[in-house]
Design a protein around this ligand. Structure first.
Ligand code: GAP
Length: 445
């Protein structure tokens, strides 16, 4: 049976509201009115995030040529001088002399304040100051003294933790080039124009991998990683027609990159970057060598030569991947909203429902739940009509439902319902685990 006609996500507010209502994502410190573009993951969001990270981590570290790492957020301040972030990680800002509003100069179309008049700002359209560079790194102090000698930064990317540990990892794991280091962790940017829900926030999580290669082989590796990374998004169940590559032009390239491609996804507010793949050359390792005074290179035993490796970086936001997965999965039909999430990502794989709250059905259902839950993350729901319970699970993306009724007690069969097609079939309770596992393995968007 084909799936009923459904509508995609048109308005981000629908997704924000579903996420709040169903325990995926809440505004941070909501009881105090929230705090600028920070979000908290609720019970279902935390589960989805864990699944997202697990998919990325295993796709990287199941390879014999990629090692994992978990470096500290706070790093020696010289790291950020070497990386170029102290000098170059800036946005040009202008201030309005009338309402004191602050704007990114490179995003303004006019030469006067763009704010509309309000009670506070009276008449805007005021005169703007000359642009000044504003560094996006959050600063704090280490130890009891709050002066410039104690300044440290919250890392704006996880990548630098990998670069400074290049030799530690290579030597301790006896890796040979080419090989990579993968890391998942928090990053912080004092973004001037955050927004669009979890798309651009000031605290977020990155999943980054630096692949160290011999200079000259970098362009081939760049192409390989581009393809591997696009496939990862497709394997998350994201529709192919909603994904594309975008090559950075000269003016767009980051200070460290020789070449860069974004993987973009079409959100309701347009095509947006989800992941960056960068050829960072030997920029970072050479700069750390220069600033630390320590030799950072690699000796190739076969060729009997030393070189500073080039780096191909793949960098994807975990929160942005979650936004893409949720936005892509969102479907509205006449009488239901459902999330067509890949079962590999969905917080729960199976909902278990006793048809009625009768002791014999409850007891049997609990047994089925316990058995299934030992292998697949399940949810038990005995509240309300069966139709309502199906709808509740549809809305949080639970792909399969198992209903226990009076026939179950006599014939040992249960009803297995499919979220996407709403088709139902009777399956012997003995086989239910294997049947669902096979469906999960073969699930396609
Ligand atoms: N190490 C390279 C690097 O950080 P980037 O293009 O600045 O490159 C990589 O960031 C990815 O991190 C982006 O594609 C995006 O998924 C995520 N990201 C960056 N800034 C973000 C923000 N303010 N909020 C959420 N995710 C962000």
């Amino acid at each position: 049976m084909s799936e009923p006609q459904s509508k995609d996500l048109q308005d981000m507010n629908d997704l924000v509201s579903l996420c709040k209502r169903r325990g995926f994502i809440f505004p941070s410190s909501e009881i105090y009115g929230g705090v600028g573009s920070c979000w908290d993951y609720g019970p279902l969001g935390a589960e989805l995030k864990k699944n997202m990270k697990e998919r990325w981590w295993s796709s990287m570290t199941n390879r014999t040529d990629v090692e994992g790492l978990d470096a500290a957020i706070l790093m020696h301040p010289k790291t950020w001088e070497a990386s170029g972030h102290v000098e170059g990680f800036v946005d040009p800002l202008v201030d309005c002399k009338t309402c004191k509003g602050r704007f990114r100069a490179d995003q303004l179309e006019q030469t006067t304040c763009p704010k509309k008049p309000s009670k506070k700002t009276h008449e805007c359209g005021g005169e703007l100051t000359e642009p000044r560079n504003f560094n996006l790194m959050f600063k704090t102090f280490m130890g009891p003294v709050e002066d410039s000698s104690a300044t440290v930064y919250l890392r704006p990317e996880t990548a630098q933790g990998i670069f400074v540990n290049f030799l530690n990892v290579q030597q301790s794991m006896r890796q040979k080039i080419p090989f990579g280091i993968a890391q998942i962790g928090k990053a912080f940017r004092n973004e001037i124009t955050p927004g669009n829900f979890i798309f651009r926030t000031r605290e977020f999580e990155q999943m980054e991998m630096q692949f160290f290669v011999e200079p000259g082989s970098d362009e081939d590796w760049f192409e390989k990683w581009k393809e591997l990374r696009m496939n990862w998004h497709l394997e998350n169940g994201i529709r192919k027609e909603k994904l594309r590559f975008h090559e950075h032009g000269e003016g767009e390239l980051a200070h460290y990159a020789k070449k860069a491609f974004d993987i973009e996804y079409e959100l309701p507010f347009g095509w947006q970057e989800c992941e960056g793949i960068h050829n960072r050359t030997d920029f970072d390792l050479s700069r750390h060598q220069e600033f630390s005074g320590k030799k950072i290179d690699y000796f190739d035993e076969k060729q009997k030569k030393r070189f500073v490796p080039y780096v191909i970086e793949t960098s994807v936001g975990c929160d942005r991947s979650i936004l893409v997965a949720l936005a892509d999965a969102y479907r509205e039909e006449q009488d239901r909203i459902y999330l067509k999430l890949s079962p590999r990502l969905s917080p729960f794989k199976v909902g278990v429902f006793p048809l009625m709250k009768k002791p014999e059905l409850m007891e049997y259902s609990m047994k089925v739940f316990k058995d299934l839950n030992s292998r697949l993350r399940c949810v038990f729901d005995d509240g309300g009509s069966i139709g309502k319970r199906y709808r509740r699970q549809d809305e949080i993306g639970t792909p399969y439902g198992v209903t226990i009724d009076y026939d179950t007690l006599t014939a040992n069969t249960v009803t297995l319902r499919d979220r996407d097609t709403m088709e139902q079939e009777r399956v012997n309770v003995e086989n239910i685990k294997e049947v669902i596992e096979e469906k999960i393995a073969n699930w396609k968007a």
